[in-house]
Design a protein. Structure first.
Length: 304
């Protein structure tokens, strides 16, 4: 088995103090933490190595055993017992006290050593002092149209082959970020799972402009209705409404339709307002008769 130098792994000398071990570990843990190195297998492997080194060296008793027995520090005491018995066997055999069958022969000792340390077996280390780390956070974008978020809806997202049922409240805003706790990467050493962050990208293919919970829309108004008044039908986000236009309504006049705007996020039954701006349209391609009538109106205005 290849010898693993835990001091070299943490980049510290064998004379390092507890504080130097702690500082070195924290620095390397931040550098190679999976959150900062997503999909980086090399960083993930390095992160596990420095965790293992810290588990041993940060514990004074384990460090003492490691300094004495190296990587196989966990079985050091068993090794000493086996070595002692082997020495006793050799001593007694030399004195005629025991036969080789009653003690450890050289082959017996070799078998024992391999059973304890393994011939190419896996490295093990205790976890009692292992720090816990939160799993990696995942980030995703969900693209929707403005019409989609006018009402509450449910969707099923697939993140890393895991299906997540998501309720999207009406009124969610463009680039709004929501967190779904515990649906990120798996935690390390018993730490909590990471979280899933979903960013909403909302396009607007409608004639309405949205600002917060309010909607804005321009409404064309013919010259005659703006002067004489009357009734018109206008589109709201969820249907048409009839509006009464006051006589002599000026261009760019604003009208507020209370509660006809966008739903308020997570406040069921509450809506913003719809603000309409009248755009008075001047008639074009007038007939001779229409021009004549306008001339008459002009004379009346000047006469007054």
């Amino acid at each position: 088995m290849a010898y693993i130098d835990y001091y070299k792994t943490l980049g510290i000398p064998k004379t390092a103090t507890e504080k130097e071990i702690k500082d070195a570990y924290r620095k390397l843990a931040r550098k190679y933490h999976p959150d900062l190195n997503p999909d980086n297998k090399e960083a993930e492997s390095k992160f596990k190595e420095i965790n293992e080194a810290n588990e041993v060296l940060s514990n004074p008793e384990n460090r003492k055993k490691y300094d004495k027995y190296g990587e196989n520090w966990k079985h050091g005491e068993e090794f000493e017992k086996a070595q002692k018995q082997r020495q006793q066997q050799s001593q007694y055999s030399g004195q005629g006290g025991f036969s080789g069958q009653q003690g450890f022969s050289g082959e017996d000792y070799s078998d024992f050593f391999e059973s304890m340390f393994g011939a190419g077996g896996r490295r093990t280390s205790g976890r009692s002092h292992s720090p816990k780390f939160k799993g990696q956070d995942y980030h995703a974008e969900l693209h929707l149209d403005l019409k989609d978020v006018y009402t509450t809806q449910k969707q099923v997202l697939t993140v890393n082959d895991k299906k997540i049922r998501l309720t999207i409240p009406a009124g969610v805003e463009n680039e709004q970020l929501i967190k779904i706790k515990g649906n990120g990467g798996e935690g390390y050493n018993g730490g909590p799972n990471g979280d899933l962050y979903i960013k909403f990208i909302i396009s607007n293919q409608t004639y309405f402009k949205r600002e917060g919970n309010n909607l804005y829309k321009d409404v064309d108004l013919d010259l005659y209705t703006s002067i004489l008044g009357g009734e018109i039908l206008v589109d709201t986000f969820d249907g048409k409404v009839k509006l009464k236009v006051q006589p002599e309504t000026k261009n760019h006049t604003k009208v507020k339709l209370k509660g006809k705007g966008f739903p308020v996020y997570k406040k069921e039954g509450e809506f913003g307002d719809l603000i309409l701006t009248y755009q008075v349209k001047i008639p074009t391609n007038l007939s001779a008769k229409e021009k004549e009538l306008f001339q008459e109106l002009k004379k009346l205005r000047h006469h007054d």
